[in-house]
Write a protein that binds this ligand. Sequence first.
Ligand code: ATP
Ligand code: MG
Length: 177
Amino acid sequence: MDQIRRGCLQVYTGNGKGKTTASLGLAMRATGHGHKVMMIQFMKGWTNYGELITAEKYLPNMTIEQFGLETFVDKENPSSEDIGMAQKGIDRARAVLSGGGYHLVILDEINVALDYNLIKLDQVMELISIRPPHVELVLTGRNAHEKVIEAADLVTEINLVKHPFYQGVEAREGIEF
Ligand code: ATP
Ligand code: MG
């Protein structure tokens, strides 16, 4: 692996649509150059996302692993299973980052997992601190913590201007999932 190129810490946050899909666009770009990509998804366990199917079927250099349940997490009262899964995600992210075998590591919805108290700020900061210099690390999810934003090299806030959800349009296959 190319050890010379500088990796950055990127954060995609905000309340508009496009954070996870922006990271997937980056993954598509990276795999095109033969880079190895790992996406670890927090708070997601539903397997019908198009990106899971695409990675599995067509992208040998990209792996997506889920560390969540199929059901939504109750912010006020997360279950011990929600917390346990998120903690497993942290362990997996630590192993992936310290192994250094991936060029691009995406921790999808990790900002939300922190905001919902499934994981601790110290754990996120530890992952940030062990990123090997050549690895690009991307953290997605709304309400990114100010300490995470401070540590980042690149922060993009995607703001909601309009979303068809507010016209009653439900999540659509191939667009929202
Ligand atoms: P995407 O996965 O489409 O890139 P996202 O990662 O920016 O969206 P999340 O905050 O993770 O969005 O939201 C989860 C789901 O809700 C996704 O299916 C997303 O398309 C949809 N969504 C995003 N923003 C909004 C919004 N403002 N109102 C309603 N639904 C939204
Ligand atoms: Mg998302």
